[in-house]
Every structure is written in structure tokens, then in C-alpha cells.
Design a protein around this ligand. Structure first.
Ligand SMILES: C[S@@+](CC[C@H](N)C(=O)[O-])C[C@H]1O[C@@H](n2cnc3c(N)ncnc32)[C@H](O)[C@@H]1O
Ligand SMILES: [Zn+2]
Length: 167
């Protein structure tokens, strides 16, 4: 694989790791999307397909493939998803060294998810993955604002614009 590998993670199960350095802002890879999950083509749990390996852009449900489905969550992530048309890229949020685990904050571009305990180990870990961007502390919502997908900003414009006004 080009610059990444999947192996056991101290955060949870398997994770995605860098095998070469990446610079802040560099595209690490384009996400391998298996397919869209719909009523006519539902998730096949009998075939090992898991909702944990899906993302939810703009009301859709997309099943992620290998190796991208192994990106774990961190409350201080070194990468983020960048949506461009129907493509999703994994982009470095800061410089990443070989051997570092590549992580996202799952709360970005998400609302109304189910909270789960977080084991990311970051100094600023909230102890929980809220499953909801707007449950994050306001300062962190502001920090992530440039990373938000266009569709998310469009859908929740009133809440995102309110970030400017609030202390
Ligand atoms: C996209 S998968 C990530 C790959 C997963 N580690 C695996 O081996 O399949 C998402 C799932 O990983 C687990 N996970 C990811 N980040 C976590 C974290 N910071 N703390 C606890 N569990 C986490 C949760 O079970 C979550 O539903
Ligand atoms: Zn955490």
C-alpha cells in the first residue's frame, strides 16, 4: 500500500498507520468507497459489513473499504476527511511521522450519532466520542470549522454562523 498500513492499534482493534512522512495539508489517499447503502441494497451483516465502517455524508450512507475503514478516532486528530464531489480524501492536519497512527475526529461532519466511550489517549480527550459536532466545546468547533464539508456547512449554517457571535 502507498504510504499506509493496517495493524493493531493502542486505541482500538486495528488502525491505519503511516509508513512514510506526510506534510500538513498533504492528501494521504483517496478513500476506497465500496458502495452506497440504500433500502434496495442494505448492509449485509451476514457478509461481515458493519455500520462502524460507514460514513454519513449529506444524508447518504457510504460503506468504506480497506484500508480506510480502519481509521480510528482521536480527540486531537492528525488527519481529516476532505469531500470533493463524490470523492473523499484523507488529508494530513499536521505533519505525520512514519509509524504514527492516522486518526480522525469522528464528530466532524456528524450530528445525532450515538455517544461511545473514547480511548484515544490524547491530552484533550473528552472521554467520549459524542457523535455530534455541536456537542464539542465551542473552541474546538471553531478550530475544526475550516475542515467541515460544504454540505455540512450548508445544512447547519445557522449553528455554524452562530459560532462567530458566541464567546
Ligand atoms: C471505522 S472503525 C475503526 C476501525 C476499528 N478499530 C476496527 O478494528 O474495525 C470505528 C470503530 O472503531 C472503534 N473506535 C475507533 N476509535 C475509537 C476510540 N477513540 N475509542 C474507542 N473506540 C474507538 C469503535 O468501535 C468504532 O465504532
Ligand atoms: Zn478521545
Amino acid at each position: 500500500m502507498n504510504g499506509v498500513e493496517v495493524k493493531p492499534s493502542p486505541i482500538e482493534g486495528l488502525g491505519l498507520f503511516a509508513t512514510r512522512p506526510f506534510r500538513a495539508g498533504e492528501r494521504i489517499r483517496r478513500v476506497n468507497i465500496v458502495r452506497e447503502i440504500t433500502e434496495d441494497a442494505p448492509l449485509r451483516e451476514d457478509l461481515g459489513e458493519r455500520i462502524e465502517h460507514c460514513s454519513f455524508p449529506d444524508g447518504k450512507v457510504l460503506l468504506w473499504g480497506f484500508p480506510d475503514r480502519y481509521v480510528n478516532h482521536s480527540c486531537d486528530p492528525n488527519a481529516y476527511e476532505w469531500h470533493e464531489g463524490s470523492d473523499i480524501y484523507i488529508v494530513a492536519r499536521r505533519d505525520i511521522a512514519p509509524g504514527e497512527e492516522i486518526t480522525f475526529d469522528y464528530n466532524i461532519n456528524l450530528t445525532g450519532g450515538t455517544p461511545i466511550p473514547c480511548n484515544c489517549g490524547a491530552e484533550r480527550c473528552h472521554g467520549v466520542i459524542f457523535g455530534d459536532f455541536f456537542a464539542l466545546p465551542k473552541a474546538i468547533q471553531r478550530e475544526y470549522r475550516p475542515l467541515l464539508a460544504h454540505w455540512f456547512v450548508r445544512r447547519y449554517r445557522h449553528l455554524i454562523e452562530a459560532l462567530d457571535a458566541e464567546p
